[in-house]
Design a protein around this ligand. Structure first.
Ligand code: NAD
Length: 463
């Protein structure tokens, strides 16, 4: 772990499994309450000077981006080993950390002057909050950490960061890489099992909790933040619909639509998780998606020919398998995949389901894995109402040849981001947020930066 700029370990540890084999290959430190206190104290001490000088923060975030790029070859294989994703994807994820650090280094939070005349001087300043407790999931450990580190530190906050116990290693390494650049205590990285997350959210020091993870845990985090009125950003689960309109060109969208659902093996909060298709185009779409699914090579992330790796962990693989079995038992058909891959590891074949309906768990819940239900619809109004008819509201997309018409339908989706003829197009300057149970608050862009600040007004009377 990195605490106060030092590499720290503990006597307690937990195992980290390689999802490609299912076998533990490393251990990570289990942070003790005393060490968590020490991390919080370091962050709090570092805050006093870190908040002072915006130019220094800008320079050090740029230097951090360089350090991350210099460490791609160290970080990416560790990420592949613990997360399962192909090495090329892991390298891309590491590079995205540098992109985020650079982007936020270039953003500032300037004062706004509302009035400056003989009567009054009124200045609005966005001040940092203090120590941020940041908690991340196992699907994109590094990039989702960067979504928090870059804006929080840019705004002048300091941080204690905890990755998921399934994927602690790359984040712990990132902490070491950045400890060579950042002043001691600005970024502390600790690891531990789930109760450590609860200890962080209940800790008296942090003024803000920035959490990415499941809806269930997000609700616990919100409850833990309440007694101390800690500021809160929650990026939670999604059940993104894709609506195909009747003029859609299936041959050109089949591949991008497939990858919008199956990138990172479907373990993406804002992946397409259900597809609505006009009844008379249904067979054509199902066949096209099944053809892509059947052509994808699934294998260990360390094998350069693998397009998809294993799922990250056994419970997630079992959950996906159970959702597919349940749907098939209730009349659905797996036209591609539908089973785990024989042999060791948490592999599951990319699965396209036909004959599914709303009310099946695989449609109503977030599957977070390589299975995509395809559903027929009769009218666009009906498709929109079914797309919106869940507690989720992270993102969605509409696909059609008449892009203006598709955009008008996309505007009807009740979610944070609605895409047209694409999905999962994310950028550091584009705000990302969830409606309904998919989240509270915003990440990315200047909206994300502002969410690591609070407004302070200075009003001087000159009357
Ligand atoms: P999870 O909620 O189980 O765990 C997320 C993190 O919370 C982990 O670090 C975990 O150790 C920690 N945690 C567990 N219990 C806690 C508690 N009581 N208090 C504080 N922290 C606690 O989620 P997961 O299974 O790791 O990740 C998958 C979920 O994350 C999916 O639902 C996915 O949609 C969601 N997700 C959302 C986004 C987004 O930006 N909206 C991005 C990626 C993933």
């Amino acid at each position: 772990m990195t605490i106060g700029g030092e590499a720290v370990t503990t006597s307690g540890s937990f195992e980290v499994a390689d999802p490609a084999t299912g076998v533990p290959f490393a251990t990570a430190p289990e942070c003790t309450p005393a060490l968590l206190d020490s991390a919080m104290r370091s962050a709090s001490d570092a805050y006093r000077s870190w908040r002072q000088d915006s130019a220094v923060r800008q320079e050090l975030l740029l230097a951090s981006a360089d350090a991350v790029l210099a460490a791609v070859d160290t970080l990416a294989p560790v990420l592949t080993r613990e997360q399962g994703k192909p090495l090329a994807d892991a390298r891309m994820e590491v590079r995205s950390v540098a992109v985020w650090l650079r982007h936020f280094a270039g953003l500032g939070v300037a004062d706004e002057i509302l009035q400056d005349d003989e009567k009054a001087f009124i200045r609005v300043r966005r001040r940092p909050l203090g120590v941020v407790a940041a908690i991340t999931p196992w699907n994109f450990p590094l990039s989702l950490a960067a979504w928090k580190i870059a804006p929080a530190l840019r705004a002048g906050n300091t941080m204690v960061l905890k990755p998921s116990p399934y994927t602690p290693l790359a984040t712990l390494l990132l902490g070491q890489v950045l400890a060579d650049v950042l002043p001691a205590g600005v970024l502390n990285v600790v690891s531990g099992s789930d109760p450590l997350g609860a200890s962080m959210t209940g800790h008296p020091v942090p003024r803000k909790i920035s959490f990415t993870g499941s809806v269930t845990t997000g609700k616990h985090v919100a409850a833990a933040a309440a007694p101390d009125l800690k500021r809160l950003t929650l990026e939670l689960g999604g059940n993104d619909p894709a609506i195909l309109l009747d003029d859609v060109d299936v041959s050109s969208i089949a591949e991008p639509l497939f990858w919008s659902a199956f990138r990172n093996n479907g373990q993406v909060c804002s992946a397409v998780k259900r597809v609505y298709v006009p009844e008379h185009r249904y067979d054509e779409v199902v066949e096209a998606l099944a053809a892509v699914a059947g052509s994808v090579r699934v294998g260990p992330g360390s094998d350069p020919s693998s397009r998809l790796g294993p799922l990250n962990n056994a419970p997630q693989r079992d959950r996906v398998a159970a959702l597919v079995s349940d749907a098939v038992r209730r009349g659905a058909e797996a036209v591609a995949g539908g089973a785990a891959v024989d042999g060791p590891g948490f592999f599951y074949r990319p699965t396209i389901l036909r004959g599914v309906s709303d009310g099946m768990a695989v449609v109503d819940e977030e599957q977070f894995g390589p299975v995509l239900p395809v559903l027929p619809y009769r009218s666009v109004d009906e498709a929109v109402s079914r797309a919106n008819g869940t507690h989720f509201g992270l993102s969605g997309s509409v696909w059609g040849t008449d892009a203006d018409r598709a955009a008008a339908v996309a505007d009807e989706l009740d979610c944070g981001t609605a895409w047209v003829n694409t999905h999962l197009a994310l950028r550091p300057d584009q705000p990302f947020s969830g409606a309904k149970w998919s989240g509270i608050g915003v990440e990315n862009g200047h909206w994300g930066l502002h969410s690591f600040t609070e407004v302070a007004v200075l009003h001087r009377s000159r009357g």
